[in-house]
Ligand binder design. Structure first.
Ligand SMILES: [Zn+2]
Length: 87
């Protein structure tokens, strides 16, 4: 094997690793779990320390469940279970 082919193989491996790194599955799709606005300890996973709703890239939810999470958080806020803002 020449040094040129070795380098090409190394590049191919680096690319496949990079693509596989971001494999993430939505927690609701994976567990078939339903989100409940009364389950504060669970809902808190989807809000930041400032009380904001985490974006989809951080929460890891799919589009459908991210919308449901956002609605649930708003519901919980309205009732007073979680704050609108912190600090
Ligand atoms: Zn989902």
């Amino acid at each position: 094997m020449s040094s040129k082919t070795k380098n090409m193989n190394a590049n191919a491996n680096a690319n496949t690793k990079l693509k596989r790194k971001k494999k993430r599955v939505c927690v609701f799709c994976a567990d078939k779990k339903k989100i409940d606005y009364k389950d504060i300890s669970f809902v808190r996973r989807f809000i930041s320390d400032r009380g904001k709703i985490l974006p989809r890239r951080n929460s890891g939810c799919c589009a459908l469940h991210q919308r449901m999470v956002a609605m649930t958080i708003k519901k919980a806020r309205h009732i007073g279970l979680i704050p609108y803002t912190v600090g």
